[in-house]
Design a protein. Sequence first.
Length: 569
Amino acid sequence: MAMVKLGDKLGNILVKSGLITQEQLGKALALQQGTTKRIGELLIELGLVTELDITIALSKQLGIPYVTASSGLLAPPKDEGLETLVPAEFASQHLVMPLSRNANSLTVACVHPHDLILIDNLSRLTGCEINPVVTTKADLEQAIAKFYEQATFQDVIDKSYELAEEGSAAAKEEVLNLDQLKEAAEEAPVVRLVDMIIRQAIRDRASDIHIEPFQDKLVLRYRIDGVLYEIPPPARHLHAAIVSRVKILSKLDIAEKRLPQDGSFTLSLEGNRVDLRIATTPTIYGEKLVIRLLRRNPELLDVAQVGFDPKELEMFRKAIQEPYGLILMTGPTGSGKTTTLYAALNEINSPKRNILTIEDPVEYRLDGINQVQVKTAIGLTFARALRAFLRQDPDVIMVGEIRDLETAEICVQAALTGHLVFSTVHTNDAPSAVTRLIDIGVPAYLISSTLSLVVAQRLIRRLCQQCREPYEPLPAVREQFRVDDLLYRAKGCEECGKTGYRGRVGVYEVLLLTRELQDLVAKSAPAHVLKDAAVKGGLVTLWQSGLRKVRAGLTSLEELASVVVLDHG
Protein backbone atom coordinates (compact mmCIF):
# COMPACT_ATOMS: atom_id res chain seq x y z
CA MET A 1 0.00 0.00 0.00
CA ALA A 2 1.39 3.42 -0.99
CA MET A 3 2.30 6.01 1.64
CA VAL A 4 -0.38 8.66 2.25
CA LYS A 5 0.95 12.22 2.45
CA LEU A 6 -0.63 15.16 4.25
CA GLY A 7 -2.44 17.34 1.68
CA ASP A 8 -2.97 14.56 -0.88
CA LYS A 9 -6.23 14.82 -2.80
CA LEU A 10 -9.03 12.79 -1.26
CA GLY A 11 -9.37 10.49 -4.27
CA ASN A 12 -5.65 9.73 -4.26
CA ILE A 13 -5.78 8.90 -0.55
CA LEU A 14 -8.57 6.40 -1.20
CA VAL A 15 -6.58 4.83 -4.05
CA LYS A 16 -3.42 4.61 -1.93
CA SER A 17 -5.45 3.06 0.89
CA GLY A 18 -6.64 0.34 -1.49
CA LEU A 19 -10.31 1.29 -1.13
CA ILE A 20 -10.84 2.16 -4.81
CA THR A 21 -8.88 1.73 -8.04
CA GLN A 22 -7.48 4.50 -10.20
CA GLU A 23 -10.02 3.53 -12.89
CA GLN A 24 -12.93 3.87 -10.44
CA LEU A 25 -11.63 7.26 -9.35
CA GLY A 26 -11.42 8.36 -12.98
CA LYS A 27 -15.03 7.37 -13.64
CA ALA A 28 -16.19 9.19 -10.52
CA LEU A 29 -14.28 12.34 -11.53
CA ALA A 30 -15.91 12.19 -14.97
CA LEU A 31 -19.37 11.93 -13.36
CA GLN A 32 -18.51 14.86 -11.10
CA GLN A 33 -18.12 17.22 -14.07
CA GLY A 34 -20.97 19.72 -14.21
CA THR A 35 -22.30 18.85 -10.72
CA THR A 36 -21.84 20.44 -7.31
CA LYS A 37 -21.20 17.11 -5.60
CA ARG A 38 -18.01 16.42 -3.69
CA ILE A 39 -16.00 13.44 -4.91
CA GLY A 40 -16.61 11.67 -1.59
CA GLU A 41 -20.39 11.96 -1.99
CA LEU A 42 -20.22 10.48 -5.48
CA LEU A 43 -18.05 7.57 -4.40
CA ILE A 44 -20.49 6.77 -1.57
CA GLU A 45 -23.46 6.92 -3.99
CA LEU A 46 -21.63 4.58 -6.37
CA GLY A 47 -21.22 2.11 -3.50
CA LEU A 48 -17.42 2.12 -3.75
CA VAL A 49 -16.73 3.42 -0.23
CA THR A 50 -18.60 4.02 3.03
CA GLU A 51 -19.13 7.28 4.89
CA LEU A 52 -16.60 6.10 7.47
CA ASP A 53 -14.03 5.51 4.71
CA ILE A 54 -14.45 9.12 3.58
CA THR A 55 -14.25 10.39 7.16
CA ILE A 56 -10.96 8.58 7.78
CA ALA A 57 -9.59 9.78 4.42
CA LEU A 58 -10.50 13.39 5.28
CA SER A 59 -8.69 12.95 8.59
CA LYS A 60 -5.56 11.83 6.72
CA GLN A 61 -5.89 14.55 4.09
CA LEU A 62 -6.20 17.43 6.56
CA GLY A 63 -4.12 15.98 9.37
CA ILE A 64 -6.92 16.26 11.94
CA PRO A 65 -8.41 13.64 14.29
CA TYR A 66 -11.56 11.73 13.52
CA VAL A 67 -13.90 10.73 16.32
CA THR A 68 -16.81 8.31 16.65
CA ALA A 69 -19.83 8.12 18.95
CA SER A 70 -18.48 4.94 20.53
CA SER A 71 -15.31 6.75 21.64
CA GLY A 72 -17.30 8.99 24.00
CA LEU A 73 -15.63 12.10 22.54
CA LEU A 74 -18.91 13.29 21.00
CA ALA A 75 -20.43 13.88 24.45
CA PRO A 76 -19.18 17.32 25.53
CA PRO A 77 -19.84 18.68 29.05
CA LYS A 78 -23.07 20.66 29.53
CA ASP A 79 -21.80 22.99 32.24
CA GLU A 80 -19.40 25.08 30.14
CA GLY A 81 -21.92 27.13 28.14
CA LEU A 82 -21.06 25.44 24.85
CA GLU A 83 -24.74 25.14 23.89
CA THR A 84 -25.13 28.93 24.01
CA LEU A 85 -21.81 29.52 22.27
CA VAL A 86 -23.03 27.50 19.26
CA PRO A 87 -26.86 27.59 19.22
CA ALA A 88 -28.82 24.40 18.50
CA GLU A 89 -30.29 25.81 15.26
CA PHE A 90 -26.83 26.62 13.87
CA ALA A 91 -25.49 23.21 14.93
CA SER A 92 -28.36 21.30 13.27
CA GLN A 93 -28.37 23.36 10.10
CA HIS A 94 -24.61 23.22 9.50
CA LEU A 95 -23.85 19.84 11.12
CA VAL A 96 -21.26 21.15 13.55
CA MET A 97 -21.02 20.75 17.34
CA PRO A 98 -18.71 22.25 19.99
CA LEU A 99 -16.70 19.69 21.97
CA SER A 100 -14.47 21.75 24.26
CA ARG A 101 -13.14 25.25 24.82
CA ASN A 102 -9.71 26.23 26.04
CA ALA A 103 -9.30 30.00 26.42
CA ASN A 104 -9.83 31.35 22.87
CA SER A 105 -9.64 27.96 21.16
CA LEU A 106 -12.79 25.98 20.35
CA THR A 107 -12.70 22.33 19.25
CA VAL A 108 -15.67 21.38 17.07
CA ALA A 109 -16.84 18.18 15.40
CA CYS A 110 -18.04 18.50 11.81
CA VAL A 111 -18.64 16.50 8.65
CA HIS A 112 -17.01 18.91 6.19
CA PRO A 113 -13.86 20.27 7.91
CA HIS A 114 -12.57 21.57 4.55
CA ASP A 115 -15.57 23.96 4.26
CA LEU A 116 -13.63 27.16 4.93
CA ILE A 117 -16.74 29.35 4.78
CA LEU A 118 -18.37 27.30 7.55
CA ILE A 119 -15.22 27.44 9.70
CA ASP A 120 -14.96 31.21 9.17
CA ASN A 121 -18.65 31.75 10.04
CA LEU A 122 -18.23 29.63 13.15
CA SER A 123 -15.18 31.64 14.18
CA ARG A 124 -17.10 34.91 13.75
CA LEU A 125 -20.10 33.52 15.66
CA THR A 126 -18.05 32.32 18.65
CA GLY A 127 -15.14 34.75 18.59
CA CYS A 128 -12.80 31.75 18.87
CA GLU A 129 -10.11 30.08 16.84
CA ILE A 130 -11.66 26.87 15.47
CA ASN A 131 -9.97 23.48 15.73
CA PRO A 132 -12.06 20.99 13.72
CA VAL A 133 -12.24 17.23 14.12
CA VAL A 134 -14.11 15.09 11.64
CA THR A 135 -16.86 12.52 12.18
CA THR A 136 -19.66 10.82 10.25
CA LYS A 137 -22.99 12.51 9.59
CA ALA A 138 -24.95 9.79 11.40
CA ASP A 139 -22.81 10.02 14.55
CA LEU A 140 -22.91 13.82 14.53
CA GLU A 141 -26.69 14.06 14.10
CA GLN A 142 -27.17 11.69 17.01
CA ALA A 143 -24.69 13.62 19.15
CA ILE A 144 -26.32 16.99 18.36
CA ALA A 145 -29.77 15.68 19.26
CA LYS A 146 -28.48 14.33 22.57
CA PHE A 147 -26.34 17.36 23.48
CA TYR A 148 -29.06 19.92 22.78
CA GLU A 149 -31.71 17.56 24.19
CA GLN A 150 -33.74 17.69 21.00
CA ALA A 151 -36.77 15.42 21.01
CA THR A 152 -36.59 12.39 18.77
CA PHE A 153 -39.38 11.50 16.38
CA GLN A 154 -40.59 8.75 18.70
CA ASP A 155 -40.55 11.18 21.67
CA VAL A 156 -42.92 13.52 19.83
CA ILE A 157 -45.22 10.67 18.75
CA ASP A 158 -45.34 9.34 22.33
CA LYS A 159 -46.15 12.83 23.61
CA SER A 160 -49.19 13.01 21.28
CA TYR A 161 -50.86 10.22 23.25
CA GLU A 162 -50.48 12.21 26.47
CA LEU A 163 -52.39 15.23 25.18
CA ALA A 164 -55.76 13.50 25.63
CA GLU A 165 -55.23 13.63 29.39
CA GLU A 166 -54.31 17.32 29.38
CA GLY A 167 -57.67 18.66 28.18
CA SER A 168 -56.21 20.72 25.34
CA ALA A 169 -58.22 21.82 22.31
CA ALA A 170 -56.14 19.48 20.16
CA ALA A 171 -57.28 16.50 22.23
CA LYS A 172 -60.95 16.91 21.33
CA GLU A 173 -62.22 14.22 18.98
CA GLU A 174 -64.60 16.67 17.30
CA VAL A 175 -63.68 20.32 16.82
CA LEU A 176 -66.93 22.19 16.57
CA ASN A 177 -66.05 25.63 15.29
CA LEU A 178 -63.40 27.60 13.43
CA ASP A 179 -61.93 29.19 16.54
CA GLN A 180 -61.37 25.79 18.16
CA LEU A 181 -59.79 24.47 14.96
CA LYS A 182 -57.31 27.36 14.91
CA GLU A 183 -56.60 27.00 18.63
CA ALA A 184 -55.92 23.27 18.25
CA ALA A 185 -53.73 23.73 15.18
CA GLU A 186 -51.62 26.41 16.84
CA GLU A 187 -50.94 24.61 20.12
CA ALA A 188 -47.21 24.04 20.57
CA PRO A 189 -47.38 20.22 20.73
CA VAL A 190 -49.31 20.06 17.43
CA VAL A 191 -46.98 22.53 15.71
CA ARG A 192 -44.02 20.48 16.91
CA LEU A 193 -45.65 17.19 15.85
CA VAL A 194 -46.40 18.33 12.28
CA ASP A 195 -42.92 19.80 11.97
CA MET A 196 -41.34 16.54 13.15
CA ILE A 197 -43.47 14.36 10.83
CA ILE A 198 -42.37 16.42 7.82
CA ARG A 199 -38.72 16.71 8.81
CA GLN A 200 -38.43 13.00 9.59
CA ALA A 201 -39.91 12.23 6.16
CA ILE A 202 -37.29 14.44 4.52
CA ARG A 203 -34.49 12.76 6.47
CA ASP A 204 -35.85 9.33 5.48
CA ARG A 205 -35.80 10.42 1.79
CA ALA A 206 -39.58 10.02 1.50
CA SER A 207 -41.34 11.40 -1.58
CA ASP A 208 -44.83 11.41 0.01
CA ILE A 209 -46.45 11.47 3.44
CA HIS A 210 -49.88 9.83 3.88
CA ILE A 211 -51.95 10.67 6.97
CA GLU A 212 -55.09 8.51 6.94
CA PRO A 213 -57.92 8.49 9.51
CA PHE A 214 -59.82 5.31 10.39
CA GLN A 215 -62.48 4.62 12.99
CA ASP A 216 -60.19 4.03 15.94
CA LYS A 217 -56.72 4.86 14.69
CA LEU A 218 -54.61 7.15 12.56
CA VAL A 219 -52.25 5.65 9.96
CA LEU A 220 -49.01 7.41 9.01
CA ARG A 221 -47.10 6.16 5.96
CA TYR A 222 -44.01 7.38 4.09
CA ARG A 223 -43.35 6.49 0.46
CA ILE A 224 -39.63 5.76 0.21
CA ASP A 225 -38.07 4.67 -3.09
CA GLY A 226 -41.55 4.12 -4.49
CA VAL A 227 -42.78 1.84 -1.67
CA LEU A 228 -45.13 2.81 1.18
CA TYR A 229 -43.94 2.03 4.71
CA GLU A 230 -46.00 2.37 7.90
CA ILE A 231 -44.50 4.70 10.51
CA PRO A 232 -45.51 4.88 14.20
CA PRO A 233 -48.55 7.19 14.04
CA PRO A 234 -49.70 10.01 16.32
CA ALA A 235 -52.79 9.62 18.46
CA ARG A 236 -56.14 9.42 16.62
CA HIS A 237 -57.61 12.37 18.51
CA LEU A 238 -55.01 14.73 16.94
CA HIS A 239 -56.21 14.10 13.38
CA ALA A 240 -58.31 17.28 13.03
CA ALA A 241 -55.58 19.42 14.59
CA ILE A 242 -52.86 17.96 12.33
CA VAL A 243 -54.92 18.51 9.17
CA SER A 244 -55.79 22.06 10.26
CA ARG A 245 -52.14 22.85 10.97
CA VAL A 246 -51.09 21.71 7.48
CA LYS A 247 -53.99 23.66 5.94
CA ILE A 248 -52.91 26.83 7.73
CA LEU A 249 -49.34 26.40 6.47
CA SER A 250 -50.55 25.90 2.88
CA LYS A 251 -53.21 28.66 3.04
CA LEU A 252 -56.19 26.33 2.61
CA ASP A 253 -59.69 26.70 4.08
CA ILE A 254 -59.60 24.92 7.44
CA ALA A 255 -63.40 25.04 7.71
CA GLU A 256 -63.96 23.17 4.43
CA LYS A 257 -63.95 19.42 5.07
CA ARG A 258 -66.43 18.22 2.46
CA LEU A 259 -64.44 18.93 -0.71
CA PRO A 260 -60.88 18.07 -1.80
CA GLN A 261 -58.35 20.91 -1.57
CA ASP A 262 -54.86 21.46 -2.99
CA GLY A 263 -52.18 23.78 -1.69
CA SER A 264 -48.45 24.18 -1.13
CA PHE A 265 -45.75 25.74 1.04
CA THR A 266 -41.96 25.70 1.35
CA LEU A 267 -39.58 24.97 4.21
CA SER A 268 -35.83 24.80 4.73
CA LEU A 269 -33.99 21.89 6.34
CA GLU A 270 -30.22 21.89 6.88
CA GLY A 271 -29.81 24.59 4.25
CA ASN A 272 -31.89 22.81 1.58
CA ARG A 273 -35.25 24.16 0.42
CA VAL A 274 -38.11 21.70 0.03
CA ASP A 275 -41.41 22.40 -1.74
CA LEU A 276 -44.43 20.65 -0.20
CA ARG A 277 -47.56 20.00 -2.26
CA ILE A 278 -50.67 19.34 -0.20
CA ALA A 279 -53.79 17.38 -1.21
CA THR A 280 -56.77 16.63 1.04
CA THR A 281 -59.59 14.19 0.29
CA PRO A 282 -62.73 13.67 2.42
CA THR A 283 -63.24 10.05 3.56
CA ILE A 284 -65.93 8.53 5.76
CA TYR A 285 -63.67 8.90 8.82
CA GLY A 286 -62.36 12.39 8.05
CA GLU A 287 -59.92 14.03 5.69
CA LYS A 288 -57.02 12.04 4.28
CA LEU A 289 -53.91 14.17 3.83
CA VAL A 290 -51.12 13.54 1.32
CA ILE A 291 -48.00 15.70 1.29
CA ARG A 292 -45.68 15.44 -1.74
CA LEU A 293 -42.08 16.44 -0.95
CA LEU A 294 -40.20 18.07 -3.81
CA ARG A 295 -36.56 18.78 -3.06
CA ARG A 296 -34.93 21.76 -4.76
CA ASN A 297 -31.82 19.75 -5.48
CA PRO A 298 -30.01 20.85 -8.66
CA GLU A 299 -28.23 17.50 -8.81
CA LEU A 300 -31.60 15.82 -9.49
CA LEU A 301 -31.76 17.89 -12.66
CA ASP A 302 -28.59 16.56 -14.29
CA VAL A 303 -29.22 14.28 -17.29
CA ALA A 304 -25.91 12.52 -16.61
CA GLN A 305 -27.17 11.42 -13.18
CA VAL A 306 -30.67 10.09 -13.91
CA GLY A 307 -29.55 6.64 -15.12
CA PHE A 308 -29.00 6.71 -18.88
CA ASP A 309 -26.42 4.30 -20.28
CA PRO A 310 -23.64 6.14 -22.18
CA LYS A 311 -25.04 5.43 -25.65
CA GLU A 312 -28.61 6.41 -24.70
CA LEU A 313 -27.32 9.53 -22.93
CA GLU A 314 -25.50 10.59 -26.09
CA MET A 315 -28.67 10.09 -28.19
CA PHE A 316 -30.80 12.00 -25.69
CA ARG A 317 -28.38 14.90 -25.41
CA LYS A 318 -28.11 15.20 -29.18
CA ALA A 319 -31.92 15.27 -29.60
CA ILE A 320 -32.52 17.94 -26.93
CA GLN A 321 -29.93 20.22 -28.55
CA GLU A 322 -31.76 20.17 -31.91
CA PRO A 323 -33.52 23.43 -32.88
CA TYR A 324 -36.90 21.77 -33.52
CA GLY A 325 -38.79 18.51 -33.24
CA LEU A 326 -41.07 16.62 -30.83
CA ILE A 327 -39.56 14.64 -27.94
CA LEU A 328 -41.85 12.40 -25.90
CA MET A 329 -41.36 10.76 -22.49
CA THR A 330 -43.60 7.81 -21.73
CA GLY A 331 -44.28 5.59 -18.75
CA PRO A 332 -46.72 5.14 -15.86
CA THR A 333 -47.35 7.73 -13.14
CA GLY A 334 -44.39 7.99 -10.79
CA SER A 335 -41.83 6.66 -13.27
CA GLY A 336 -39.74 9.84 -13.24
CA LYS A 337 -40.80 11.25 -16.63
CA THR A 338 -41.20 14.82 -15.40
CA THR A 339 -37.87 14.79 -13.57
CA THR A 340 -36.09 13.66 -16.74
CA LEU A 341 -37.81 16.42 -18.72
CA TYR A 342 -36.76 19.00 -16.14
CA ALA A 343 -33.20 17.70 -16.39
CA ALA A 344 -33.37 18.17 -20.17
CA LEU A 345 -34.69 21.73 -19.83
CA ASN A 346 -32.06 22.48 -17.21
CA GLU A 347 -29.32 21.32 -19.58
CA ILE A 348 -30.45 23.43 -22.56
CA ASN A 349 -31.52 26.46 -20.52
CA SER A 350 -29.62 29.61 -21.50
CA PRO A 351 -30.29 33.35 -21.95
CA LYS A 352 -30.35 32.69 -25.72
CA ARG A 353 -33.44 30.45 -25.47
CA ASN A 354 -37.01 31.38 -24.58
CA ILE A 355 -38.37 28.33 -22.76
CA LEU A 356 -42.01 28.04 -21.67
CA THR A 357 -43.77 25.21 -19.84
CA ILE A 358 -47.41 24.41 -19.10
CA GLU A 359 -47.75 21.90 -16.26
CA ASP A 360 -50.32 20.34 -13.96
CA PRO A 361 -48.92 20.92 -11.40
CA VAL A 362 -45.58 22.77 -11.54
CA GLU A 363 -43.33 20.39 -9.58
CA TYR A 364 -39.94 22.15 -9.73
CA ARG A 365 -39.29 25.85 -10.13
CA LEU A 366 -36.48 26.49 -12.61
CA ASP A 367 -34.66 29.81 -12.86
CA GLY A 368 -34.83 31.43 -16.28
CA ILE A 369 -37.78 29.30 -17.47
CA ASN A 370 -41.34 30.63 -17.79
CA GLN A 371 -43.60 28.09 -16.06
CA VAL A 372 -47.40 28.14 -16.18
CA GLN A 373 -49.80 26.17 -13.97
CA VAL A 374 -52.92 24.60 -15.53
CA LYS A 375 -56.11 26.05 -14.02
CA THR A 376 -59.06 24.25 -15.59
CA ALA A 377 -61.55 26.03 -13.30
CA ILE A 378 -60.92 29.29 -15.18
CA GLY A 379 -60.34 27.69 -18.57
CA LEU A 380 -56.52 27.69 -18.55
CA THR A 381 -55.99 24.28 -20.17
CA PHE A 382 -52.95 22.77 -21.87
CA ALA A 383 -54.35 23.65 -25.29
CA ARG A 384 -55.23 27.25 -24.41
CA ALA A 385 -51.84 27.91 -22.85
CA LEU A 386 -50.12 26.34 -25.86
CA ARG A 387 -51.88 28.72 -28.25
CA ALA A 388 -50.76 31.63 -26.07
CA PHE A 389 -47.19 30.27 -26.02
CA LEU A 390 -46.97 30.39 -29.80
CA ARG A 391 -47.50 34.16 -29.61
CA GLN A 392 -44.69 34.49 -27.04
CA ASP A 393 -41.80 33.94 -29.49
CA PRO A 394 -40.78 30.57 -27.95
CA ASP A 395 -37.75 28.45 -28.77
CA VAL A 396 -38.62 25.52 -26.51
CA ILE A 397 -42.04 24.43 -25.18
CA MET A 398 -42.71 21.78 -22.54
CA VAL A 399 -46.25 20.41 -22.17
CA GLY A 400 -46.85 18.41 -19.00
CA GLU A 401 -48.97 15.77 -20.74
CA ILE A 402 -50.70 15.16 -24.07
CA ARG A 403 -54.23 14.18 -23.05
CA ASP A 404 -56.39 15.02 -26.07
CA LEU A 405 -56.34 15.64 -29.82
CA GLU A 406 -56.33 19.43 -29.50
CA THR A 407 -53.20 19.46 -27.34
CA ALA A 408 -51.51 16.84 -29.54
CA GLU A 409 -52.23 18.79 -32.74
CA ILE A 410 -50.82 22.03 -31.34
CA CYS A 411 -47.67 20.21 -30.14
CA VAL A 412 -47.15 18.69 -33.58
CA GLN A 413 -47.79 22.00 -35.35
CA ALA A 414 -45.36 23.79 -33.04
CA ALA A 415 -42.66 21.20 -33.78
CA LEU A 416 -43.45 21.48 -37.50
CA THR A 417 -43.01 25.27 -37.45
CA GLY A 418 -39.53 25.26 -35.96
CA HIS A 419 -39.93 24.79 -32.20
CA LEU A 420 -38.48 22.14 -29.90
CA VAL A 421 -41.40 20.55 -28.02
CA PHE A 422 -41.24 18.21 -25.01
CA SER A 423 -44.19 16.30 -23.59
CA THR A 424 -45.32 13.04 -21.96
CA VAL A 425 -47.84 10.32 -22.77
CA HIS A 426 -48.89 7.17 -20.91
CA THR A 427 -47.85 4.00 -22.75
CA ASN A 428 -45.96 0.83 -21.79
CA ASP A 429 -43.02 1.27 -24.15
CA ALA A 430 -41.54 3.76 -26.61
CA PRO A 431 -43.04 2.43 -29.90
CA SER A 432 -46.53 2.45 -28.35
CA ALA A 433 -46.26 6.24 -27.92
CA VAL A 434 -46.42 6.59 -31.71
CA THR A 435 -49.60 4.54 -32.02
CA ARG A 436 -51.05 6.44 -29.05
CA LEU A 437 -50.80 9.70 -31.00
CA ILE A 438 -52.40 8.03 -34.02
CA ASP A 439 -55.20 6.67 -31.83
CA ILE A 440 -55.81 10.18 -30.46
CA GLY A 441 -56.32 11.37 -34.03
CA VAL A 442 -53.02 12.93 -35.14
CA PRO A 443 -52.34 12.14 -38.83
CA ALA A 444 -49.53 9.60 -39.19
CA TYR A 445 -47.68 11.69 -41.80
CA LEU A 446 -47.44 14.62 -39.34
CA ILE A 447 -46.05 12.37 -36.61
CA SER A 448 -43.39 10.96 -38.95
CA SER A 449 -42.39 14.52 -39.92
CA THR A 450 -42.06 15.91 -36.39
CA LEU A 451 -41.36 13.15 -33.86
CA SER A 452 -37.61 12.89 -33.30
CA LEU A 453 -37.21 10.85 -30.09
CA VAL A 454 -39.32 8.78 -27.69
CA VAL A 455 -38.00 7.75 -24.26
CA ALA A 456 -39.79 5.11 -22.18
CA GLN A 457 -38.81 5.17 -18.51
CA ARG A 458 -39.19 3.23 -15.26
CA LEU A 459 -37.68 3.73 -11.81
CA ILE A 460 -36.18 0.74 -10.01
CA ARG A 461 -34.79 0.63 -6.49
CA ARG A 462 -31.04 0.54 -5.99
CA LEU A 463 -29.60 -2.21 -3.84
CA CYS A 464 -28.07 -0.88 -0.64
CA GLN A 465 -24.35 -1.03 -1.38
CA GLN A 466 -23.57 -1.53 2.31
CA CYS A 467 -25.42 -4.81 2.75
CA ARG A 468 -26.20 -6.33 -0.68
CA GLU A 469 -25.15 -9.96 -0.82
CA PRO A 470 -23.96 -12.03 -3.81
CA TYR A 471 -25.61 -15.32 -4.75
CA GLU A 472 -25.69 -17.83 -7.57
CA PRO A 473 -29.12 -18.01 -9.25
CA LEU A 474 -30.55 -21.41 -10.13
CA PRO A 475 -29.83 -22.69 -13.66
CA ALA A 476 -33.51 -22.31 -14.59
CA VAL A 477 -33.44 -18.65 -13.52
CA ARG A 478 -30.24 -18.01 -15.46
CA GLU A 479 -31.80 -19.53 -18.56
CA GLN A 480 -35.17 -17.79 -18.26
CA PHE A 481 -33.80 -14.33 -17.54
CA ARG A 482 -30.52 -14.69 -19.47
CA VAL A 483 -28.38 -13.59 -16.51
CA ASP A 484 -24.88 -14.39 -15.31
CA ASP A 485 -23.68 -16.85 -12.67
CA LEU A 486 -23.27 -14.22 -9.93
CA LEU A 487 -25.95 -11.68 -8.99
CA TYR A 488 -26.77 -9.57 -5.94
CA ARG A 489 -29.88 -9.47 -3.78
CA ALA A 490 -31.28 -7.36 -0.96
CA LYS A 491 -30.38 -8.15 2.64
CA GLY A 492 -31.14 -5.15 4.88
CA CYS A 493 -29.15 -3.10 7.39
CA GLU A 494 -29.43 0.06 9.50
CA GLU A 495 -28.19 2.18 6.58
CA CYS A 496 -31.17 1.26 4.38
CA GLY A 497 -33.77 0.92 7.14
CA LYS A 498 -33.72 -2.91 6.86
CA THR A 499 -35.22 -2.73 3.33
CA GLY A 500 -32.14 -3.81 1.38
CA TYR A 501 -32.59 -0.86 -0.99
CA ARG A 502 -31.54 2.77 -0.91
CA GLY A 503 -32.47 5.26 -3.64
CA ARG A 504 -33.74 4.63 -7.15
CA VAL A 505 -32.30 4.72 -10.65
CA GLY A 506 -33.96 5.06 -14.05
CA VAL A 507 -34.06 2.41 -16.76
CA TYR A 508 -34.65 3.71 -20.26
CA GLU A 509 -35.76 2.66 -23.73
CA VAL A 510 -34.59 5.38 -26.14
CA LEU A 511 -36.24 5.21 -29.58
CA LEU A 512 -34.60 7.41 -32.19
CA LEU A 513 -36.83 7.96 -35.23
CA THR A 514 -34.56 6.89 -38.09
CA ARG A 515 -35.65 7.26 -41.72
CA GLU A 516 -36.77 3.61 -41.79
CA LEU A 517 -38.92 4.10 -38.69
CA GLN A 518 -40.32 7.37 -40.02
CA ASP A 519 -41.48 5.52 -43.14
CA LEU A 520 -43.18 2.88 -40.99
CA VAL A 521 -44.85 5.59 -38.87
CA ALA A 522 -46.14 7.33 -42.00
CA LYS A 523 -47.78 4.03 -43.00
CA SER A 524 -49.44 3.76 -39.54
CA ALA A 525 -47.51 0.58 -38.73
CA PRO A 526 -48.60 -1.05 -35.42
CA ALA A 527 -46.43 -0.79 -32.33
CA HIS A 528 -45.03 -4.34 -32.50
CA VAL A 529 -43.83 -3.76 -36.09
CA LEU A 530 -42.13 -0.53 -35.03
CA LYS A 531 -40.52 -2.27 -32.07
CA ASP A 532 -39.22 -5.19 -34.15
CA ALA A 533 -37.68 -2.75 -36.63
CA ALA A 534 -36.19 -0.63 -33.82
CA VAL A 535 -34.66 -3.67 -32.07
CA LYS A 536 -33.05 -4.73 -35.35
CA GLY A 537 -31.66 -1.20 -35.55
CA GLY A 538 -30.09 -1.49 -32.09
CA LEU A 539 -32.84 -0.40 -29.69
CA VAL A 540 -32.05 -1.34 -26.07
CA THR A 541 -35.38 -2.28 -24.49
CA LEU A 542 -36.45 -1.42 -20.96
CA TRP A 543 -35.76 -4.99 -19.87
CA GLN A 544 -32.30 -5.03 -21.43
CA SER A 545 -31.49 -1.66 -19.85
CA GLY A 546 -32.57 -2.97 -16.45
CA LEU A 547 -30.67 -6.22 -16.92
CA ARG A 548 -27.46 -4.24 -17.38
CA LYS A 549 -28.02 -2.68 -13.97
CA VAL A 550 -28.76 -6.12 -12.46
CA ARG A 551 -25.47 -7.47 -13.83
CA ALA A 552 -23.64 -4.41 -12.51
CA GLY A 553 -25.00 -5.10 -9.03
CA LEU A 554 -27.02 -1.87 -8.89
CA THR A 555 -30.36 -3.64 -8.42
CA SER A 556 -31.80 -7.11 -7.96
CA LEU A 557 -33.45 -9.35 -10.51
CA GLU A 558 -36.56 -9.46 -8.30
CA GLU A 559 -36.83 -5.66 -8.31
CA LEU A 560 -36.42 -5.46 -12.09
CA ALA A 561 -39.03 -8.16 -12.69
CA SER A 562 -41.50 -6.35 -10.42
CA VAL A 563 -41.26 -3.14 -12.44
CA VAL A 564 -40.44 -4.10 -16.06
CA VAL A 565 -42.11 -6.73 -18.25
CA LEU A 566 -39.71 -9.45 -19.46
CA ASP A 567 -38.90 -9.27 -23.18
CA HIS A 568 -40.08 -12.29 -25.14
CA GLY A 569 -38.72 -13.69 -28.32
